[in-house]
Design a protein around this ligand. Structure first.
Ligand code: TYD
Length: 198
């Protein structure tokens, strides 16, 4: 099974990805937890460029995220799925659609097409969307902000709207989770939702 976590910066999705991995491992399932951008040596170099480098053109940004993703799928995700492991990925194609396609305005379908080419059509079986309103997310983002987190409130509001749009467009794989409860309650809800679906 290929599971991705999505949400605003500060939504708590990274914590939840780790909690789900721990639960599945405790049930005896082999789990690979990874993240984007990153997940491979090349991907981590791209992460550094895209999050901590200087300004770049919107399509350069989209292409760098897609490049990191292409390497990630080839080097890590597909081999793990092929040997029967469950892969949990903190952000994937939907992040590019939300941030570059919709918030930056490059276009949902154009960014989706670029990414489908990059990953050879591999899409997640389930996407867990951790929803919190963007004031709460901003409060949790903390002081040290990367290049994307430094975008203005309008940008982050468009990202939140983009995720709602994606959940409506892909209801068969999206699981929407209220991210305002305590981490343990959220983790329980996610495990229950995956059990119900499988
Ligand atoms: P993330 O690793 O979730 O941030 P952090 O670990 O610092 O909380 O994501 C890094 C940033 O990159 C985040 O602001 C979202 C952005 N991003 C995109 O804009 N497009 C993408 O395709 C991905 C994967 C991330």
């Amino acid at each position: 099974m290929f599971i991705t976590f999505e949400g605003l910066d500060g939504s708590g999705k990274t914590t939840q990805a780790r909690l789900l991995a721990a639960r599945l491992e405790a049930e005896g399932i082999e789990v690979v937890v990874t993240r984007e951008p990153g997940g491979t040596p090349l991907g981590e170099e791209i992460r550094n460029l895209v999050l901590h480098g200087g300004d770049m053109a919107p399509w350069a940004e989209a292409a760098l995220y897609a490049a990191s993703r292409a390497q990630h799928v080839e080097e890590l995700i597909r081999p793990a799925l092929a040997r029967g492991a469950t892969v949990i990925c903190d952000r994937y194609v939907d992040s590019s659609i939300a941030y570059q396609g919709i918030a930056r305005g490059l276009g949902l379908d154009r960014v989706l097409d670029l990414n489908l080419a990059a990953v050879g059509g591999l899409m997640p079986d389930r996407t867990i969307l951790i929803e919190i309103d963007f004031d709460a997310a901003a409060a949790r983002m903390g002081g040290e902000r990367d290049r994307i987190e430094r975008e203005d409130d309008g940008f982050h509001a468009r990202v939140a709207g983009a995720y709602a749009q994606l959940a409506a467009r892909f209801p068969e794989r999206y699981v929407r989770i209220d991210g305002t409860a305590s981490p343990d309650v959220i983790a329980e809800e996610i495990r229950g939702a995956l059990r119900r679906d499988s």
